[in-house]
Design a protein around this ligand. Sequence first.
Ligand code: ZN
Length: 143
Amino acid sequence: MRATTTATGKSGTSPTTAQQLRQLERKLRAERDALLSAARRELVRGEEQQFASIAGEVPDVGDQATAAALTDFDNEIARRHDVAIRDIDEALVRLRAGAFGSCPDCGGDIGFERLMAFPTATRCVKCQGLHERTYASLATPTM
Ligand SMILES: [Zn+2]
C-alpha cells in the first residue's frame, strides 16, 4: 500500500500569485466603493420609507418616537456597512503587508477561488468552519 502524496506542496492549491493579488485588490476596492455609495443611497431611501410608513401607520406617534426610530434605522445601516468596509480595509492592509491569502490558523493557502468569492476571508475553508463552530457555541445563545 502506498500513501497518497498530498503534502508535497506542488499539487493542490498553489500560492496566490502577484497577478491574482492585483486582481483581488481591484475587486476589494470596487466592493469598497460600491458599499460606500450603497450606504449613502440606502440611508436616503430608508429614511424616506421609514418616515412614510411611520407617519401612515401611527399618525399620533410623537416626534420623539419617530426620530428615535429613524436614528435606530440609520445606526443599523451605518453599522452593517461599517463592518463590511472595515473588513475590506483590513483585507487591503493584509494585502499590502504581503500577508494576504494565507491562513493564519494552519499556515495553508486560502485559495484564489475562495478569495475571489470572499475577498475578506481570513481563513481557509477548513479553519473557518472550525472557527465558526467554536465561536457559535461560545457566543450564540440557543433558544
Ligand atoms: Zn487554515
